[in-house]
Structure formats: C-alpha cells, structure tokens
Ligand binder design. Structure first.
Ligand code: KIV
Length: 267
C-alpha cells in the first residue's frame, strides 16, 4: 500500500524546492486517475457547486454535499493528501460550528486536512482547528465565497493597501498553524513576495509561477468545462470534444443497430 502524503511531506516539498501539484477531485474514479498520475494533493473544492451541480456560485454548497464527495475522493485515492473544503457558512458564524464541521470532513469524509477562506477574521478559527488536531489550509486573494463583497471574480491585491493586507493575513495564518495557503487570482509579484516570506507552501491559482505549488479545477485542466475560461486556466486536454465524439458514436451505433454486436451479447 502506497504511503499517503501528510502535511509534513507536503511542507518538505517546499523545503526541497520541489513544486507541489494539486488538483480538485469530486469522485472516486477521477481521484484514482489523478492519484496514479502523481498529484500530491486532491482538493475536494466547493467549486463542485459550479462544475458538478451546475450552479453559478459556490454559495449553495452544503456540508452534506462536501462530506459525500470527500468520502468518494478519499476512497478512490491512495497517495495524495485529501483536502476537504469548508463550504459557505460552515465556519463563519462560530468556532464551535467550524470545529464540528471540520471534524465531519475528517471523520465522516476521510479528509486528511480542511481548507477555509479568509484572512485575519478566520485566524482564531484556524488556530482552534489546528489545536484540535485538524490540519488546515488557508485561502487568500479571490475568495469565491465572498464573491458578492468583492463585487465579482476580479484580480485581488492590485493596490498597495490590499497587497500589504494580504501579506499580513498570510503571515497571521502561518502563525495560527495553517500548513499551506492557496493564493487565488493575485498579481504574480505579490504571490512571489508572499511565497518568499512564508515557510509554509503557497499554492497558486491565477497567481503566477512563483508559488510553491499550483492547483487547478480538474474540469478546467481536462478541458471538460468549456463554457467560461479564465485567463489563468490551461487546458491540458480536450475531454469535452472527446466526450461529445464518443457519445455521438454511441448514439449513432444504437440508432443504426451496430451496438450491441455479437461480442457484447450473451447466449
Ligand atoms: O473550490 C475550489 O476548487 C477551490 C480552488 C479553486 C482553490 O477553492
């Protein structure tokens, strides 16, 4: 049985100067494939609201949804560290609620860590979770659960005041015990500064090449989600076209009577 990544082995990657590859996963089959392909961490992101549930934000995603998908990803993978995302309103109202919900992701979902969004405001929560033995990842910059406060999906940290705030938040999260921090949609210079100032790894998405690792939503990476494509997305495959072509061929063969053939039938 392969040894699963731990928060220590993820931190060691930064120490050794080896980049960290993280990808989102929502089910056991993709989790197994990403694991076999060498992903260091699998993030069961609340982005599942958009790519799995067809919503236009992550806000309606619930704890039950997250536990269900986290359990599937944990079952499908062997080596990657599985990080379960804390959905909107599962940790904002009190530390007690955050503990209860993070505990569910670990105990019921089989996650090895949790992730939550925010800076200074969530620092006491991060500290409490870490003290309770729950490895916690931070998330700064464009935090999708605050899309309405941020007035849309825009680049963050572009002015000096915002940049200084983000650096301060990152240092506070590290002090509180966060084992890594996602930096989403911020200028690459700012991501470079944060990555150099922190001893824990930064994981970038739309934050340039100087982060200690990268994360992409798997449906973007695979070219399955081909409706909107933010500038920072690179499609490493075109599974949308492959899926349409395979399904078209299936439909034609069913309608033409070519499938199922003799070899697919029992006598
Ligand atoms: O929910 C998610 O997939 C995320 C990543 C985009 C970082 O939070």
């Amino acid at each position: 049985m392969a040894q699963r990544h731990t928060i220590q082995s993820i931190r060691d990657l930064k120490t050794r100067g080896e980049k960290i590859a993280m990808v989102t996963a929502y089910d056991a089959t993709f989790a197994r494939l990403f694991d076999e392909a060498g992903a260091d961490m699998l993030l069961v992101g609340d982005s599942l609201g958009m790519v799995i549930q067809g919503l236009d934000s992550t806000l309606p995603v619930t704890m039950d949804h997250m536990v269900y998908h986290t359990r599937a990803v944990a079952r499908g993978s062997q080596k990657a560290l599985v990080v379960g995302d804390m959905p909107f309103m599962s940790y904002q109202s009190s530390i007690e609620l955050a503990m209860l919900n993070a505990g569910r992701l670990m105990a019921e979902g089989g996650a090895g860590a949790v992730k939550l969004e925010g800076g200074e405001r969530v620092v006491p929560t991060v500290k409490a979770l870490v003290d309770a033995g729950i490895p916690t990842m931070g998330h700064l910059g464009l935090t999708p659960q605050s899309v309405h406060t941020l007035s849309g999906f825009k680049v963050q940290g572009r002015n000096e005041k915002q940049a200084a705030r983000l650096i301060e938040d990152a240092l506070l999260l590290e002090d509180a015990g966060a084992f890594a921090i996602v930096l989403e949609t911020i200028p690459l210079e700012l991501a470079k500064t944060v990555s150099e100032r922190l001893s824990v790894p930064t994981i970038g998405i739309g934050a340039g090449p100087h982060c200690d690792g990268q994360v992409l939503v798997c449906y973007d990476l695979l070219g399955l989600y081909d409706q909107i494509s933010p500038k920072f997305v690179k499609r490493f495959g075109d599974l949308a076209t492959a899926t349409r072509e395979a399904t078209r061929a299936y439909v034609q063969e069913v309608k033409g009577g070519a499938f199922p053939a003799d070899e697919h039938s029992f006598r």
